[in-house]
Design a protein around this ligand. Structure first.
Ligand code: GUN
Length: 292
């Protein structure tokens, strides 16, 4: 079994980005600049956004964090986005999801100028992804591809089973794994809450990508020998074996399942750190005008 070490790979990528930033600046360019909007004080979102801001600093980017109250009017959030869209110094804009219920997430996603949509969530960028055109790939799916690529996991002709059809992970990764690319060229089965006989399907997976948000859902009896597992889930649960009283669990019951795997991502330290590295990569792409 080979551990797909997202922490190490993300650090490698951040070092590569830092080197590129130094040479851009030496050549007279400005620092790449990422703006993030955080609405409310959700604990998980606070953690993710502060990790993104910290990562910007590590690679030599500038970052701007806009904090808005949980009760902010949708129209005020739209005005904030418009202002950032028109700010020529900013290369990338993300609005951290989820948003409060009174705000239409799809409307917000569509308000971001596709040119600075470094999350790759705008319908125009999703369309470009589906057509294999240059774009910003959503960061978590891009991180999965990067891990598979850097560890030379064979994907062509393999059966890839995806669990979960979210706009952020399941749906885009199912498109990417089927594209005529490397990594890619898989036969993909996208499963979700209405899928029947899920275990019959997961047992046929050569590559299993789990983005469900249910801790330790995948057990040993659900996978075949030699499977490559990508675990996107991350759930915080109470624990009496850690100092903090909490631990993080993935969607896979790691201890048993790992013995059947050719490759597996740990949680934490697998897909999570890769997501941030790929967001930085998209921001660098925008600063270099590689996509648009
Ligand atoms: N919430 C969970 N994942 C993401 C992400 O990749 N981008 C944004 N903007 N919000 C998220």
């Amino acid at each position: 079994m080979i551990l797909l070490d997202g922490r190490k790979t993300a650090n490698d990528i951040k070092e590569e980005i830092a080197v590129e930033v130094s040479s851009l600046i030496a050549a007279g360019s400005k620092k790449p600049h990422l703006a993030a909007i955080l609405v409310g004080t959700d604990g998980a979102s606070e953690t993710y956004v502060s990790a993104k801001v910290r990562a910007c600093k590590e690679v030599g980017f500038r970052s701007t964090l806009v904090r808005l109250d949980n009760k902010v009017l949708e129209s005020d959030l739209l005005s904030e986005i418009e202002e950032i869209n028109n700010n020529k110094d900013i290369d990338g804009l993300i609005v951290q999801l989820p948003l409060p219920d009174h705000i239409d997430e799809m409307k917000i996603t569509q308000a971001i100028d596709p040119i600075i949509d470094v999350d790759g969530f705008h319908p125009q960028n999703i369309g470009r992804m589906a057509l294999n055109l240059p774009t910003y790939l959503p960061a978590t799916p891009a991180g999965i591809l990067e891990l598979l690529g850097r560890y030379n996991v064979e994907t062509a002709g393999k059966h890839c089973v995806v669990i979960g059809r979210s706009h952020i992970v399941g749906s885009p990764i199912s498109i990417l794994m089927a594209r005529n690319n490397n990594p890619g060229n898989c036969t993909v089965t996208l499963t979700h809450s209405r899928t029947q006989n899920l275990k019959d399907i997961t047992k046929t997976a050569d590559i299993l990508i789990v983005a469900l948000g249910k801790s330790e859902f995948i057990t040993t009896d659900m996978v075949k020998d030699g499977v490559c597992i990508i675990d996107v889930g991350i759930t915080r649960v109470r624990s009496n074996t850690t100092k903090s009283g909490w631990k993080l669990l993935g969607d896979v019951a790691f201890e048993g399942v790992k013995n059947k795997c050719s490759f597996i991502t740990p949680v934490p330290g697998g897909v999570g750190p890769m997501t941030i590295a790929m967001l930085l990569k998209n921001t660098l792409k925008s600063a270099k005008r590689v996509v648009y």
